[in-house]
Ligand binder design. Structure first.
Ligand code: GTP
Ligand code: MG
Length: 176
């Protein structure tokens, strides 16, 4: 028997993107966090409080790598977890990415090849670890964000952009 995770928001990103760290600052969950890939091997769930006594569930899933949809790395053992999330939050780390757009496209392609229905869900993009950038660099990177997806720069460590991110997520989850 397999247990699938039910969550409103699923965190999608390469290993080390800062998924578990975000979950740890937005919820009471205490996932393991470390500066090496594949720290998270099983999904962690957290309840995120939102204003007005509302809340939603966030799932931190293991990192996805290029080729995952073909079974590479830990493959679709991970991808299956996001099938039941209503919103997908793509996470790209500001400090190590070659191109935010390219990284998002790679992640999207893996999801699409695994299950095209994942393209029907609302996609949001968080550029993480924004505390590693100066404002000039942020301005540069903002010019090259992927189109057609709501994006935000956040820092879990410096607690930046998190309220705005929650607003975006709540809007994407939509009224029940
Ligand atoms: N500077 C900075 N570092 C961060 C931030 N968020 C996470 N990190 C660091 O990035 C590294 C990876 O963080 P994790 O949260 O474990 O990343 P993950 O995406 O869960 O990684 P996997 O579980 O391996 O897929 C850790 O060393 C964190 O301390 C941030 O906002 N700013
Ligand atoms: Mg993790």
């Amino acid at each position: 028997m397999e247990l699938k995770v039910l969550a409103d928001v699923g965190l999608v990103g390469f290993p080390n993107a800062g998924k578990s760290t975000l979950l740890s600052v937005l919820s009471a969950a205490k996932p393991e966090i470390a500066d090496y890939p594949f720290t998270t091997l099983v999904p962690n769930l957290g309840i995120v409080s939102y204003r007005g006594g509302k809340s939603f569930v966030m799932a931190d899933i293991p990192g996805i790598i290029e080729g995952a949809s073909k079974g590479k790395g830990l493959g679709y053992r991970f991808l299956r977890h996001i099938e039941r999330n209503s919103v997908l939050l793509f996470m790209v780390p500001a400090d190590t990415t070659r191109s935010i757009k390219e990284e998002y496209e790679i992640l999207k392609k893996e999801l699409q090849e695994y299950n095209p229905e994942l393209m029907q869900k609302p996609h949001l993009l968080a550029v993480t670890k924004a505390d590693m950038l100066d404002e000039e660099l942020v301005a540069e990177m903002k010019k090259e964000l992927p189109e057609h997806i709501p994006s935000i720069f956040i820092s879990s460590v410096a607690q930046k952009g998190l309220t705005e991110l929650k607003d975006m997520l709540w809007k994407a989850i939509g009224p029940e």
